[in-house]
Write a protein that binds this ligand. Structure first.
Ligand SMILES: [Zn+2]
Length: 477
């Protein structure tokens, strides 16, 4: 789940005063279609264990064919019969490279007995739509499909092709979704940039939407194991060399170490926006001071007292587990700790392992890499969090304009996120990716992956109106 801003910072935001735009008749017609698609998708179980993504992709395919898309532009494909993807293309003039829209069709498992309603029925209650996938992310899929169909029916012809990929295996399973398309069907989905709808980006505080976050990069997750072994012995005759003491010294060195401060296009944008109306006083001045060249060291030090600022400007590594010894009356033969790192874009897992070795500076402390499946290796992989491309002015401009008319009191803030969406694959494949899901959610109310997942009815339709204009703004002449 994406990180959220502290409530105090949100509450301090200055409101905009622009009026909210009124929906048109064409918006309302599109809303009816978006609702029907949404209901149909929610009522198809697409979970990894019991569901079928192909059924949902095929249902969407029928919608596109019925709306007049040629069969050649609506491809149902993938290596697994139960997990096929759908790739749709709406042709433009070809003056510019295509735009790719991505949305995953699969959902996290939901059990009827855990929920107040049937998770695989779209239920409208108290101003919300309930159902598995209502916010993560069949809302976005329905809005993507409704927008493409609306554009087709209106005879829209932009300056670039618009490609939409509805995919498998984001929540669970492996290798049949966006990663498969990137490795096997790159030409079909190749684009200048990507819009990923897999988020609920507008954070509300006490019901008022305040921040619209644009996720444009993410940190890379990586675990390491620190271990010390010793011949041990009887605890009645202690020796100076002791595995637990030695590991404790290594961890103390790590605790005192701070990774270097780093800026990229995304956290620059974040601090610019925060300094301009969100943060106040000394904090706002410090945020401006760290953006200067060279950055002000004292301002960095002051801002770094806040863990939220540290997490967006540095790699972080922290001890999360500890084990050692085998008996109360024996000298420990082994002590080990797990250190969890969140790697700043630009660095690899092996680079950070090598740096930990230097920081700990004790050849008897072994630092190994722990892969996601638990396998332990002497060396980390070369996988790295990709340094983000500059924020696209056209994407920012469209988001800021539409956010002002949709949630007048919210501000667009570029965000660097720990992240776990398919954007990490498209970014790694060299496709700049901007993640934004246009529904407002109260910051304490996020139910994605949980029970009674829901989206506010009004937000679903706002998102539908927003998205049509967003895509049009980025594909116009
Ligand atoms: Zn998702």
């Amino acid at each position: 789940m994406p990180k959220i801003l502290p409530a105090a910072a949100l509450a301090a935001l200055l409101p905009f005063t622009a009026p909210a735009a009124a929906p048109s008749a064409a918006d309302s017609a599109s809303d009816a279609l978006a609702h029907d698609i949404f209901k149909q998708l929610i009522e198809i179980d697409t979970s990894d264990s019991t569901g079928n993504v192909t059924t949902a992709a095929a249902a969407l395919r029928q919608r596109f064919l019925a709306a007049g898309f040629p069969a050649a532009d609506v491809a149902l494909l993938g290596p697994n019969e139960r997990k096929k993807n759908l790739v749709v293309r709406l042709h433009g003039s070809g003056a510019r490279k295509p735009l790719l829209l991505i949305g995953h069709l699969d959902v996290v498992e939901a059990r009827r007995e855990d929920w107040s309603t049937d998770p695989y029925k779209l239920v409208e209650k108290d101003g919300f739509y309930y159902g598995r996938g209502t916010i993560d992310m069949k809302d976005g899929d329905a809005v993507m499909a409704a927008t493409l169909i609306r554009m087709r029916q209106e005879g829209y012809r932009g300056s670039r092709d618009i490609i939409a990929a509805f995919t498998a295996d984001e929540e669970g399973g492996c290798c049949n979704g966006i990663t498969w398309l990137l490795s096997n069907q790159r030409a079909l989905i190749d684009a200048e940039f990507v819009l990923n709808q897999d988020d609920w980006s507008v954070m509300a505080v006490h019901g008022t939407p305040r921040v619209a976050r644009l996720i444009a990069t993410e940190k890379l997750y990586s675990d390491y194991q620190l271990s010390v072994t010793n011949k041990g012995g009887h605890s009645s005759v202690p020796r100076p060399d002791n595995a637990i003491y030695q590991l404790a010294r290594a961890l103390t060195r790590l605790a005192r170490f701070q990774f270097p401060f780093e800026l990229n296009s995304v956290n620059r944008g974040y601090f610019e926006q925060m300094a301009d109306g969100v943060a106040q006083g000394q904090e706002a001045a410090d945020m401006r001071a760290i953006l200067r060249d060279p950055p002000d060291a004292q301002a960095i030090a002051r801002l770094s007292r806040d863990p939220d600022n540290v997490s967006v400007t540095r790699t972080t590594c922290v001890a999360t587990r500890l084990a050692g010894g085998h008996a109360n009356n024996a000298l420990p033969q082994r002590a080990e700790a797990i250190v969890n790192c969140r790697i700043f874009p630009g660095h690899s897992k092996e680079e950070i392992r090598a740096l930990l070795v230097k920081v700990i500076n004790d050849p008897q402390v072994t630092v190994r890499y722990v892969a996601d499946d638990g396998t332990i290796a002497d060396r980390g992989t070369d996988e790295r969090a990709v340094t983000p491309a500059p924020l696209r002015p056209d994407v920012m401009k469209a988001l800021v304009t539409l956010t002002r008319s949709t949630w007048p009191q919210a501000r667009v803030i570029p965000f660097l996120d720990p992240g776990a969406s398919d954007a990490k694959y498209t970014i790694a494949a060299g496709l700049p990716t901007y993640t934004f899901g246009g529904v407002a959610v109260d910051r304490d109310e996020v139910r994605a992956h949980g029970r009674d997942e829901r989206v506010a009815v009004a937000e679903f339709y706002k998102w539908n109106h927003f998205f049509y204009r967003y895509v049009a703004a980025l594909t116009g002449p």
